[in-house]
Design a protein around this ligand. Structure first.
Ligand SMILES: [Zn+2]
Length: 218
């Protein structure tokens, strides 16, 4: 692997990711926000728990909606980063293969304060497994609620891992497509897309959260 994740974290850590006079954080060709993780967590988990109290079907809809928020985040944030001058300057000099795009964006994620991501397995074009030592979602869940019997809570991470594979292998972000609605529909709804599942979560007792993205069959 040519990509040095620690070097990416160091480089991104030197970027001035602070608000300008308008309160915006322009970086990577897009606008970032500095958000209270606790606020988004509590909103997400209130929705999850209300839906779980109602019915399994409602819970499934809530989970899918929260993962979809992760798809939108991945599309705009990861997609924007992969098209940015910062990516070109910091990451691309280390990129030798398509797989390196995946390692590169995981390096950037590790500079964003979402928890420490690690690529456990990557079969190019087929499957990606990412584990997370301290996802902010599981951290927030365990701070407010008892450990769950089952079911992961790292919805944004789940959508994010699917988004990485869709951007790199299903949408060919390297060809610099426009990040418009048509591209979004292709990435997350067209045949050949990737879906992700959280197969282990600290909120349900695992040591690390683990998210697996695979192509949707059929
Ligand atoms: Zn988790």
């Amino acid at each position: 692997m040519a990509v040095d994740g620690d070097a990416i974290v160091r480089a991104v850590g030197t970027l001035p990711l602070v608000g300008n006079e308008e309160g915006l954080i322009p970086a990577f060709g897009l606008y970032l926000t500095r958000h209270f993780a606790t606020f988004y967590n509590r909103t997400s988990f209130a929705l999850l728990h209300a839906a779980e109290a109602r019915s399994p079907e409602a819970a499934a809809v809530a989970r899918a909606s929260l993962v979809e928020a992760g798809h939108v985040c991945a599309f705009n944030t990861f997609g924007g980063i992969m098209l940015s001058q910062e990516w070109e300057a910091v990451v691309m000099p280390m990129v030798e293969s398509t797989e390196d795009w995946v390692h590169g964006i995981v390096g950037v994620v590790n500079a964003l304060g979402w928890g420490r991501w690690r690529v456990e397995a990557l079969r190019g074009g087929e499957e990606l497994t990412v584990s997370i030592a301290n996802s902010y979602e599981s951290e927030g869940y365990l701070a407010d609620y008892p450990r769950r019997d089952s079911g992961g809570v790292c919805f944004l991470a789940t959508g994010g891992v699917a988004g990485i594979m869709n951007l790199v292998y299903h949408g060919d972000i390297a060809a610099r497509p426009a990040l418009d609605d048509a591209f979004y529909q292709q990435l997350f709804h067209a045949p050949g897309r990737f879906n992700a599942r959280e197969v282990a979560c600290r909120a349900a007792g695992a040591d690390r959260c683990e998210v697996v993205a695979r192509r949707v069959a059929g």
